[in-house]
Design a protein around this ligand. Structure first.
Ligand SMILES: Cc1cc2nc3c(=O)[nH]c(=O)nc-3n(C[C@H](O)[C@H](O)[C@H](O)COP(=O)(O)OP(=O)(O)OC[C@H]3O[C@@H](n4cnc5c(N)ncnc54)[C@H](O)[C@@H]3O)c2cc1C
Ligand code: FES
Length: 283
């Protein structure tokens, strides 16, 4: 277990400019950010699955996944859902405004292990944001990976974000996209039901597939259970976990998950490392 590996400046945010803003749905928006300092801009590197602490000056700081591809040097995206005080205040910012950024933090997705393998991405709700970087990564290095299957579920059809991206991804080589809404409605062209149901519609080679999943824990637990029944070894299943965070450097204990800190040991975990704790209410 790694602890307290923070750099001396790990608590100091760097200033970043919002250079673009897209309203993805009534409650979800995406910022494109760029560091104000050219030196930081040049040095900043992240891996798919890592997150930043995003600071709205005078309001507060929250963890947000990095949604872009690491090859987009110096420019990166955060997709944010308005759920409370800080995200509501952030939703009012426009291009030209500034935020503070600390990061990147945490352990990302197992992209090296995934090379040569089929990649199955399963997401629910805004769980799609932390996995977008995986999808971008695979599509920009298409020959290094096998089949890419993307399953995304939402409660209501109107909760779906990234519709244009899903359409574009579905047209990429060797890529399958399946979307589901619990409440689809007459205009919903995709499946009505849960994302776990979608698993029954895909061909999975259990020993050549790596699964990367993010979303509500009940959905994750059901999906992992189903995949294990299909014969996938549990060590081929990876989850990105969310917990309230304050420091992001293993000091405050807000993000503890049993003996682990999500900010440093995660947010991406191999399923067997969190499986028992996920089954306990309150963890
Ligand atoms: C590693 C990591 C990556 C994340 N990536 C993203 C992302 O890409 N996009 C995004 O929109 N959000 C992401 N989140 C969640 C985001 O940090 C919270 O939504 C945010 O902290 C809420 O702040 P707030 O002040 O607006 O809401 P608050 O007023 O703090 O809370 C509003 C409600 O959300 C609940 N809540 C707050 N934080 C969390 C949390 N971390 N997990 C579960 N429930 C929470 C509260 O209990 C409350 O019910 C991520 C969280 C983590 C830990
Ligand atoms: S957020 Fe402080 S220990 Fe993880």
């Amino acid at each position: 277990m790694k602890r307290n590996r923070q750099k001396p400046d790990a608590y100091l945010p760097w200033v970043a400019n919002i250079i673009d803003r897209v309203q993805e749905s009534p409650t979800v928006f995406t910022w494109r950010l760029q560091f104000a300092d050219a030196d930081i801009h040049r040095r900043y590197r992240f891996k798919p699955g890592q997150f930043n602490m995003v600071y709205l000056f005078g309001v507060g700081e929250i963890p947000i996944s990095i949604a872009s591809d690491p090859a987009d040097e110096g420019l990166y995206d955060h997709t944010i859902q308005v759920v409370g005080r800080i995200t509501r205040a952030m939703s009012r910012l426009e291009p030209g405004d500034q935020v503070g950024i600390r990061g990147p933090f945490g352990q990302g997705w197992p992209m090296t292990q995934a090379k040569g393998q089929a990649v199955l991405v399963i997401t629910g709700g805004l769980g799609c944001a932390p996995v977008t970087s995986v999808i971008n990564y695979v599509l920009q290095r298409r020959k290094q990976f096998g089949q890419l299957t993307i399953l995304q579920g939402v409660k209501r059809a109107s909760d779906m974000v990234y519709s244009d991206r899903y359409t574009a991804w579905a047209e990429a080589p060797n890529t399958q996209v399946l979307l589901a809404a619990d409440q689809g409605g007459p205009q919903w062209p995709w499946y009505t039901g849960t994302v776990v149901d979608l698993l029954k519609q895909v061909d999975i080679d259990p020993l050549r597939t790596l699964v990367m999943a993010c979303g509500p824990e009940r959905m994750l637990h059901a999906a992992m259970h189903h995949l294990i029944e299909l014969g996938l070894p549990a060590n081929r299943l990876f989850l990105s976990m969310e917990r309230n965070m304050q420091c992001a450097v293993g000091h405050c204990g807000h993000c503890q998950l049993g003996g682990r800190f999500v900010c440093q040991d995660g947010p991406v975990f191999e399923y067997p490392r969190v499986q028992d704790l996920m089954a306990i209410t309150g963890y």
